[in-house]
Ligand binder design. Structure first.
Ligand code: G4P
Length: 278
């Protein structure tokens, strides 16, 4: 699920998204709750315009709940609903369905006033690689349909997938590019697997992560390091990386340990870590 973005891809994806906007009632933007800012497409607000907009902070089960609450408030606005969820948890699909209905309420009301009963609500999902788009679509539809090609700018045409409660989903989730405006954003995307592991060296990402854990999640770092706060305070990040490499039985192979650390992070085994602070 990792993509290299080029200007051609971005323009194509942008145009496709623009074309889709006319077909749908609600635009569903999927963000990674651990990096709600870094996982947002920089042009999305412009593209969505006045269309009802539902933002999902997905993988909330892996994110810091305090930060998730703040992001929920921060992102909500006129015509914009925000919900946090864990797409792997079955009950959450019911909540998502009711949020989609809420977002589409105005249109549904209009159609019902004209005599339609329970009119169809059409949605499209979009988000950066690995944020959980296919998982959400598959669960909404109740079977595995979204085998995401993960090729930017590639569309399979316009097929509507029937989901529960008269909701229809555009078959191909839109793959959005994140913003690459600074190195910290790049490291955050790499840390959570939204960009290829080969874009940055693993130890650079690991060092960036250790710095953030020190600052915001010292308790989790202490546990992971099997050390004390005092011991951690005494050494710098490169030395800490080497010490952890040894502690985890990898001698001096810090490249290998760095990848291991990132894998643990992505699975939530380091703690509930949010790297976009608010
Ligand atoms: P995408 O279409 O946006 O690229 O993402 P996809 O649904 O393929 O999901 C990527 C990975 O994230 C999958 O793990 C999926 O199970 C997991 N995932 C999706 N939503 C959630 C969530 O809300 N909470 C948690 N904890 N995990 C979620 P995977 O198949 O193991 O892939 P990978 O981790 O090996 O890449």
């Amino acid at each position: 699920a990792r993509i290299q973005w080029y200007p051609g891809h971005m323009n194509k994806a942008r145009n496709q998204l623009e074309d889709k906007m006319g077909l749908i009632d609600v635009f569903v933007e999927v963000l990674d709750a651990r990096i709600p800012a870094s996982s947002r497409n920089p042009m999305i607000e412009d593209l969505v315009g006045d269309k009802p907009h539902l933002i999902i902070l997905n993988k909330a089960d892996l994110a810091d709940p305090v930060m998730t609450k703040r992001w929920q408030k921060q992102l909500a606005g006129k015509g914009k609903l925000v919900m946090a969820m864990d797409a792997l948890h079955a009950n959450n699909m019911q909540i998502l369905v009711s949020m989609v209905k809420k977002a589409a309420a105005e249109k549904v009301k209009k159609l019902e006033a004209k005599g339609a009963s329970d009119p169809v609500v059409r949605i499209a999902l979009a988000g950066i690689p690995n944020c959980g788009k296919s998982t959400i679509i598959n669960r909404l539809v109740g079977r595995n349909v979204a085998a995401v090609g993960n090729k930017p700018g590639v569309t399979k045409g316009q097929t509507w997938l029937k989901a529960q409660a008269n909701i229809q989903i555009l078959d191909t989730p839109g793959i959005l590019w994140p913003k690459f405006e600074d190195q910290a954003v790049g490291y955050k995307l790499a840390a959570f697997g939204a960009i290829k592991d080969s874009v940055f060296s693993g130890d650079d990402v690991a060092l960036f992560l250790l710095e953030n854990l020190r600052k915001y999640y010292l308790g989790d770092l202490v546990k992971f390091a099997r050390a004390t706060k005092e011991e951690i305070a005494k050494i710098n990040n490169p030395d800490l990386l080497l010490a952890l490499t040894t502690e985890y039985g990898m001698r001096d192979d810090y490249d290998r340990f760095s990848l291991y650390l990132l894998q643990r992070l992505r699975k939530g085994k380091v703690g509930r870590i949010t790297l976009d602070r608010i």
